[in-house]
Design a protein around this ligand. Structure first.
Ligand SMILES: C[S@@+](CC[C@H](N)C(=O)[O-])C[C@H]1O[C@@H](n2cnc3c(N)ncnc32)[C@H](O)[C@@H]1O
Length: 511
């Protein structure tokens, strides 16, 4: 039965209602037949598909547009991200019809954040997928973006005016409450002046329902006019989508390259630094090697810890200093460095059982290991990454000092600690590693530390530095040992503190 004749269908519902009616009739007939015969009489299950009906109702109305089609969308909309070709072609047909009538179709993409932040958020989402190695999620993300960009370009090409806006003033609050305008989840479409639709479900990328208002409903004209004013206000604040889309495209392309990005800066750090930096790295490494040989420690180290290991350069270069069954532990707080080094060691030293690389923030109080180490390195100015903001007099309550304390605690009684700091000269001339951005160079340069303060800080934690070695007047290499007397008093004061802390906890628990 034809529920509504096309000739009476002023509002574009005929297809949706006919489809719904056919589905209800079919289901009723199947149930009736089964009740009589108890014999299965259908192949397909009953399906209640609200999206299909919503789309039919939408397409039906678009075909009738003659004067105006204004609509809002979200970037995450399933219509545009999932390449729903029938919807794109229905839109293009409508845009072409309107163009023939000299009517401009308006599509307004609502951004939940200001444009720049929205772009950043999208980039972060993509980078997160990369970091989590969610390749399916990544492929889905890229596919949606490609579809969205292609659909928008096609619509614009056919004459649709596509723009973006962020409703910073929350203008949607002026809409009638009855429309239930949930900012992040509601799209509107206004068809000439005879219908408007309120779509819900875009938050999930798929239309879940549509409420269609026509003059057949009370208060239609008043709601339509308020919606129209809301749309006009947003439109005045909007800008063409092209620039945003281009920025988004570059961002997505950039984050696609970021699959290599962590790798590429780490690879560059490992193998492709300018000659001056490469020479500095070599000089630093060979100075440590020479010291270990000179002190008769080469080949006798039982446990070696490298803090801020980055690409694991020291782990590999000093492995022969460590005894056969020893421990070689590298820690870094950057997950990219940890992954990169783990992969490199798997590739280059698959049979080596002594290596361990772990993510660990050395500025946190926890120790990276319960062992003590007879060799600790923290090279190429890594120590200056730890913040010094605890004043220039003891007790220096800052991350830098806590890290020094951790070195002292982790160092075995006759252990050696090597670290380098950027020289005051290099900091003045900004001759730091060339892979640092200018901004990071300036930030690092402000961390320059003089020998007096460093010695005082080391003394506070029971570490005794030997004569520092300048490297190319850019770095200064320090070798430290534990000062037994201070280390012992530090330990006993920690014991006392520990006991006091226990007592306090005990009191608190009792109280
Ligand atoms: C200059 S690079 C180190 C280079 C490496 N030690 C070498 O000589 O080849 C500094 C490293 O320290 C790491 N780092 C910075 N702050 C850290 C922290 N709080 N805990 C652990 N690692 C940190 C960085 O992620 C980076 O990999």
């Amino acid at each position: 039965m034809m529920l509504i004749e096309r000739s009476f269908d002023r509002f574009g519902f005929a297809d949706a209602l006919t489809a719904e009616n056919a589905s209800v009739e079919l289901s009723t007939r199947i149930l009736r037949d089964y009740a009589i015969s108890s014999v299965p009489c259908a192949e397909a299950p009953f399906a209640f598909d609200s999206e299909r009906l919503a789309v039919l109702a939408y397409k039906g109305a678009m075909e009738r547009v003659r004067e105006r089609f204004w609509t809002t969308s979200f970037l995450g909309s399933g219509f545009w991200g999932d390449a729903k070709d029938d919807i794109v072609s229905a839109n293009i047909r409508m845009v072409n019809n309107c163009r023939a009538l000299d009517v401009v179709v308006r599509r307004l993409f609502l951004l939940s954040l200001p444009a720049e932040e929205e772009i950043q958020r999208i980039q972060d989402q993509r980078i997160l997928l990369l970091k989590c190695e969610d390749l399916d999620g990544l492929a889905r993300f890229d596919r949606r973006f490609v579809n969205l960009a292609r659909s928008i370009e096609e619509l614009s090409y056919h004459g649709c005016d596509v723009r973006i806006v962020h409703d910073a003033e929350r203008l949607h609050r002026a809409l009638p409450e009855e429309l239930n305008a949930e900012t992040r989840d509601t799209e509107f479409a206004i068809y000439d002046d005879w219908r408007f639709d309120v779509f819900q479900g875009e938050l999930f990328g798929a239309i879940q329902s549509v409420r269609c208002y026509t003059p057949a409903m009370a208060r239609f004209a008043s709601y339509r006019d308020r919606l129209t004013r809301y749309f006009e206000s947003l439109w005045r604040r909007s800008r063409p989508i092209d620039g945003f889309l281009n920025r988004l495209r570059t961002t997505v392309e950039y984050s696609s390259c970021r699959i290599d990005y962590p790798v590429s800066w780490l690879v560059r750090y490992d193998d492709a630094l300018p000659r001056e930096d490469e020479a500095l790295k070599i000089e630093e490494l060979s100075s440590v090697r020479i010291e270990l040989l000179r002190l008769g420690r080469w080949g006798h180290v039982r446990r070696f810890l490298d803090v801020g290991t980055c690409t694991g350069r020291y782990l590999v270069a000093l492995r022969d200093a460590v005894v056969p069954g020893g421990i070689i532990l590298g820690v870094d707080n950057d997950v990219d460095c940890v992954r990169f080094t783990q992969a490199k060691l798997r590739r280059e030293a698959a049979d080596e059982r002594r290596f361990r690389v772990e993510r660990h923030d050395f500025c946190l109080p926890e120790a990276p290991s319960s062992h003590s180490f007879d060799l600790i390195t923290c090279m190429l100015g890594t120590i200056l990454h730890f913040q010094r903001n605890g004043g220039d007099r003891p007790p220096y309550n800052d991350a830098f000092q806590r890290a020094l304390g951790k070195f002292a605690d982790l160092l075995a009684p006759n252990g050696l600690l090597f670290f380098t700091v950027w020289s005051e000269q290099a900091c003045r001339d900004l001759r730091l590693l060339s892979i640092y951005s200018q901004e990071d160079k300036c930030r690092l340069a402000r961390t320059a530390i003089n020998d007096d303060e460093l010695r005082e800080r080391l003394a506070c934690v029971g570490l005794r530095p030997l004569v520092p070695i300048p490297l190319q007047d850019r770095l200064v290499l320090y070798r430290c040992e534990r000062d037994r007397a201070i280390a012992a008093s530090r330990l006993s004061s920690r014991d006392v503190q520990g006991e006091e802390a226990h007592k306090e906890i005990g009191h608190a628990e009792c109280g």
